[in-house]
Design a protein around this ligand. Structure first.
Ligand SMILES: N[C@H](CCC[C@H](N)C(=O)O)C(=O)O
Length: 279
């Protein structure tokens, strides 16, 4: 069913970019094919993910937001998108609160718009049990070895609501992000596919990271990927509890006190332009 015209806002978090749709004041009903077209950087607006903001009937959140990758797949969580969601609902006057709980496909998270305009997010407690990631393994390990086209690849597996594989590399520029990232994204050990992070440890409070994202390829930044990388690094004894994660698009501040504790993320959210979609 056609939607006719839809108002949208173009936003990004450190260059990870989004088309944001207000599904409250307008009726949005998009197929996966239509989302793919909107995300297309030549035939559409162009974005890594599309975010759909909806009212939430429960009393523990005012909003729900749904996340769709550029390939049209709906996913459970998005860190940079969460910050842009908070900025969007506040700037649009949909809420006057600067502390904003929101329901996502992987549960409730709480967003805080800081006085400096950055957004602080409680991203929830990471999931490390293989079945919950989901990841095919007999038991939980800090590092797993996967066979990828005959090569043994060592990686950590973490869920932030969405699945992440994290590999440690010594030189980020020459990391095989496009090739190994694409192979791991669809590796059978990850039944729902996986986001693939390549982490270079700079110090106990600093890493550099590139992420080949499930459903859209390498992005300039990945919020849940930054969280997953810090969790993986800390569990390997490489990182302390406050880490600056430097991604190609900029830096995120990530804090994690250890198992059973939530991961906190602080970073920016930018509004670039508004427009009208013809769908
Ligand atoms: N590609 C991710 C969703 C977007 C996550 C990323 N953009 C972030 O900031 O966390 C997935 O398929 O799970």
């Amino acid at each position: 069913m056609g939607n006719g015209e839809l108002y949208f806002t173009k936003m990004h978090g450190l260059g990870n970019d989004f088309v944001v749709l207000d599904g409250i004041s307008q009726s949005v009903n998009l197929s996966a094919a239509q989302i793919r077209q909107i995300a297309d950087r030549h035939r559409g607006v162009g974005c890594d993910q599309l975010l759909l903001v909806e009212a939430y009937e429960g009393d523990d959140a005012e909003f729900r937001y749904r996340i769709f990758n550029a390939d049209g797949s709906e996913v459970e969580q998005c860190g940079n998108g969460a910050r842009c969601f908070a900025r969007f609902v506040y700037d649009q006057g949909l809420t006057q609160n600067t502390t904003i709980p929101v329901m996502t496909a992987s549960g409730r998270i709480v967003l805080q718009i800081q006085p400096d305009g950055q957004v602080k997010v409680n991203m929830g407690v990471p999931e490390l049990t293989p079945a919950q990631i989901p990841f095919v393994s007999e038991q939980r390990q800090t590092l797993y070895t996967l066979d990828v086209k005959g090569a043994a690849v060592s990686l950590a597996a973490v869920s932030m609501g969405n699945p992440h594989a994290v590999l440690q590399v010594v030189a980020l520029e020459s990391a095989p992000v496009a090739t190994l990232g694409a192979l791991l994204e669809v590796h059978p050990a990850f039944p729902k596919r996986v986001n693939v992070g390549f982490m270079q440890v700079v110090g106990r409070d600093a890493i550099r990271l590139r992420v080949f994202e499930r459903g859209c390829g390498e992005t300039l930044a990945c919020g849940t990927g930054a969280c997953a990388a810090v969790v993986a690094g800390r569990l390997q004894g490489l990182l302390d509890d406050q880490v600056t994660v430097s991604l190609p698009g900029g830096d995120l501040q990530i804090q994690w006190q250890g198992e059973g504790q939530p991961v906190w993320m602080i970073g920016p959210a930018a509004t670039v332009f508004r427009g009208t979609l013809i769908v």
